[in-house]
Design a protein around this ligand. Structure first.
Ligand code: NOJ
Length: 549
């Protein structure tokens, strides 16, 4: 496998990126139209979230046919054109493979439902009576993880929505089908894959009630997961591809195994521990302030642990499932720009592959929807009801959604100051963010040398320019407070140190004497001087990157 340590991935949620045919729904041609923009940003791979035929109950993560394109997004010719045009610019396409489950509209499930036992073995069916659910496991979108089909007198497992039936990976036929799908896309010129919740696919043979949680401890990083991944990657002939696995509630030990080159499983993993530091008692739907001590501890643990085990991290704050990071850990007001830059820099200089989610590079903010009618996401709509049933008032439930909903990241991309942000001429499928301000657009930031967008361009370019960022060894520096994160990277003669003030208060740090003569490679306040004094006062959300280059 060729070295991918200096590559950067840009994630596109096609539905909300750019609509070229005026139906309020983003499309593949919209991505092609923006290739110059993406090339200028400097990214190497485009991860496209699913655009396959789908009833869109979960915005495409409910796939009805893995080899076709949902006409709402475009045609196969348009995709081939996108692949070609991207290649011309040195950009490769990463597809999103949802292999833990299919939509119940998928032909396999349809046949299973009609009584075909061969296809029933593609899924996890359990015989039973309607009054006796096989286990007490919970769906991640709320409610039971089992659904009963009276005609079959069987239950089927769905860890997500009732229309997303879990596949049975213990059936070799299923694994063969999935390999075939990968080969199909490889032929089309796809060069990378992201695997959706891939660490959930190996279920235990005996399924039992969970009296401590929702069942996840039985199926996350399940019994045959490593074996299945090795098989999938080698049989599909994608050992040379960049492959990234989305790992739900995983562990460091497993992620080392998933991503260490010698294991020949995946190139890298997403884990979400650092994005749960504002969950109260681990509950996404209960609000709490960010626990910075925990955040720092997690970064240190995962960065050092993965390095020791020769695993490889992804570096990300945002995706289509997460609220916008500036709203969450930065400042939407006067330090909007500074905090967006600091948060970006904080992870881009770490050891791993950075992922930029559309709109993050211009500092987009949460949706701030005032009413439930504006929400689209199935998880948010379900949990709104659950919160009300649990005694929250509508106002409280909306406050929780405003902080936690996945729709926060799915609002239309803000290209310019037109009514719908240049995303579409027509009303988008989901409303614009209420924080759609004229300065939070590509147009406004494109030619501004101090913009967030320009800062992201620098981050991408620096990774390519200084091998220490891609390949350096990382170590963390002691700081007197949890509100400062500082680390060092070393590669051959090159060294950098990164200091981040995570909050709104000024912080004093000590800069070792030798480093105070290094060059400032990057900072988010204009005109800061090289800190000759040992003591240096960091401004709110300041990031300072010093280098001996
Ligand atoms: C993770 C995806 O990122 C999310 O959007 C989806 O709802 C679940 N997996 C289920 O496929």
């Amino acid at each position: 496998m060729e070295d991918f340590s200096d590559k950067v991935v840009y994630q596109i949620y096609p539905k909300s990126f750019r609509d070229t045919n005026g139906d309020g729904f983003g499309d593949i041609s919209g991505i092609t139209e923006k290739l110059d923009y993406l090339q200028e940003l400097g990214v190497d791979y485009l991860w496209l979230t699913p655009f396959f035929p789908s009833p869109q109950r979960d915005n495409g993560y409910d796939v009805a046919d893995y080899r076709k394109i949902n006409p709402k997004f475009g045609t196969m010719e348009e995709l081939e054109n996108l692949i070609r045009k991207s290649e011309e610019r040195g950009i490769k396409i990463m597809l999103d493979m949802v292999f833990n489950h299919t939509s119940t509209q998928h032909e396999w499930f349809q046949k299973a439902q009609k009584g075909d036992e061969n296809y029933q073995k593609y899924y996890i069916f359990k015989e039973g009576t309607p009054d006796h659910v096989p286990t007490n496991w919970k769906s991640k979108f709320g409610g039971s993880a089992w659904e009963y089909i009276p005609k079959l007198k069987k239950w089927y497992l769905h860890l997500y929505d009732v229309t997303q039936a879990d596949l049975n990976w213990d059936n070799p036929k299923v694994r063969e089908e999935l390999k075939e799908i990968l080969r199909f896309w490889k032929e089309k010129g796809i060069k990378a894959f992201r695997f959706d919740v891939i660490n959930l696919v190996s279920k235990p043979e005996q399924m039992e009630d969970d009296f401590e949680g929702d069942g996840r401890r039985f199926y996350s990083d399940g019994p045959h997961i490593h074996e299945y991944l090795k098989e999938l990657v080698s049989d599909a002939g994608i050992e040379d591809f960049i492959t990234v696995g989305e790992m739900s509630s995983t562990s460091l030990e497993h992620c080392i195994r998933y991503s260490a080159p010698k294991e020949k499983e995946l190139s890298m993993c997403f884990n979400f521990h650092h994005l749960k530091v504002d969950y109260k008692d681990g509950n996404k739907w209960a609000l709490k302030d960010v626990d910075y001590k925990k955040l720092k501890k997690l970064f240190i643990e995962w960065q050092i642990g993965m390095q020791q085990g020769d695993g490889w991290n992804t570096l990300f704050w945002c995706n289509h499932d997460q609220p916008r990071i500036v709203s969450r850990m930065g400042d939407e007001g006067i330090y909007w720009k500074e905090s967006a830059k600091m948060l970006a820099g904080m992870i881009h200089f770490m050891r791993g592959t950075p992922y930029i989610y559309q709109g993050e590079e211009i500092g987009m903010l949460n949706a701030h929807y005032p009413s439930i009618e504006q929400y689209r996401d199935i998880e948010s709509l379900n949990y709104y009801q659950i919160l009300l049933e649990n005694g929250k008032t509508k106002k409280e439930a909306l406050e929780i959604l405003a902080a936690r909903s996945r729709d926060n990241s799915r609002t239309p991309m803000q290209w310019n100051k037109e009514k719908y942000g240049g995303f579409s001429k027509e009303e988008p499928w989901i409303p614009m963010s209420a924080e759609f301000r004229k300065e939070i657009t590509v147009e406004a930031q494109q030619n501004d040398k101090n913009s967030i967008l320009t800062f992201y361009k620098k981050l991408v370019a620096m990774r390519k320019k200084y091998p220490v960022i891609a390949k350096g060894k990382i170590s963390f520096l002691e700081t007197e407070t949890d509100m400062v994160l500082a680390y060092q990277r070393i590669f051959q003669e090159q060294q950098i140190v990164v200091f981040c003030n995570l909050g709104r208060k000024e912080q004093n740090i000590k800069i070792p004497k030798e480093q105070s003569s290094w060059e400032i490679l990057l900072e988010n306040y204009e005109g800061r001087k090289i800190p000759f004094e040992e003591r240096y006062t960091m401004k709110p959300y300041e990031i300072m990157v010093l280098g001996k280059i």
